[in-house]
Design a protein around this ligand. Sequence first.
Ligand SMILES: NC(=O)C1=CN([C@@H]2O[C@H](COP(=O)(O)OP(=O)(O)OC[C@H]3O[C@@H](n4cnc5c(N)ncnc54)[C@H](O)[C@@H]3O)[C@@H](O)[C@H]2O)C=CC1
Ligand SMILES: O=C(CO)[C@H](O)[C@H](O)COP(=O)(O)O
Length: 299
Amino acid sequence: MELGVIGLGRMGRIVVDRVLEAGHEVVVFDIDEESVADAADAGARPASSIGDLAEKLGPEKRIWLMVPAGDPVDAALDELAPVLDGDDIVVDGGNSYFEDSVRRAESTDAAYLDCGTSGGPAGAELGFSLMVGGPQWAYDELVPVFDAVATGPDGHDRMGPAGSGHYVKMVHNGVEYALMQTYGEGFELLANGRYDLDLESVANTWNNGAVIRSWLLELCEEAFREEGNDLGDVADRVEGGSTGTWTVQEALEQEVPVPLIYQSLAERFGSRADDGRFSRRLASRLRYGFGRHDVPRRE
Ligand SMILES: NC(=O)C1=CN([C@@H]2O[C@H](COP(=O)(O)OP(=O)(O)OC[C@H]3O[C@@H](n4cnc5c(N)ncnc54)[C@H](O)[C@@H]3O)[C@@H](O)[C@H]2O)C=CC1
Ligand SMILES: O=C(CO)[C@H](O)[C@H](O)COP(=O)(O)O
């Protein structure tokens, strides 16, 4: 299969490498010329514009968008619109708002797959977890690509119609916020409690057989190992927040109580007052662990 990939940042580049590794052809474009040149060095065919990428793909186009959510997705779709028809397939693998994905699916001539992607840049070696929404035929057609990008055949599935992939990913991120918050609170109590504890050792011990073992807890262990028991100069400030805000808004609309997810989001907003909370500094460091997001550092 031949896949066009638009957006070659932390995530898009992993999509390219994994699809190439599985033996498929990849045509790439990014507004950053250096990223295109790097991907070409790795074996992809470079394109000089979105139009050029579409031309290189030939009549049945399979295109994966991995650009930041919001305007860049609409901008890419606007440029693709003149060359897309009903035999083509566009995947949006970013963290788009699900209602935007429903709108885009309705207004795009191609079959549109909204694909929630979890695993972050740290998941490059293992592969991602992919939550896909959209037409069944388009999902079936792209199974070889999803097999390559995900951990394997079990690492992806079709959730339902348009929007459902990004809806499931939105809720996933709400859960992610709450898990990070609860690990942060537990370690904050241990750090300020009555014993002088080695937190890396605690995390390591918990990760070996404890009920609360998890990948996020492994990333806690990594954070203590790399930053020190007191998290060194990691600042008390957690960025991000859009997907968690959507989760809470949707929960309010559906009248489903999600107090832990809301509280985790509120803690992030509260962190921007810079009052030195340990739990938030750990959450910030964990975002680097799985997402390679920048860690704000103390002066
Ligand atoms: N980093 C993470 O942990 C995860 C990120 N995502 C989502 O994946 C998407 C991409 O994220 P990252 O790779 O982390 O972002 P990134 O900022 O590392 O990469 C985005 C790339 O898109 C390119 N770009 C921007 N506008 C463009 C346009 N109009 N045409 C072509 N290229 C354009 C940029 O030059 C950049 O190379 C986002 O929606 C993000 O929320 C999803 C899961 C995990
Ligand atoms: O989707 C992700 C992980 O699953 C991304 O890392 C996302 O950026 C996390 O959300 P936030 O930036 O709000 O912390």
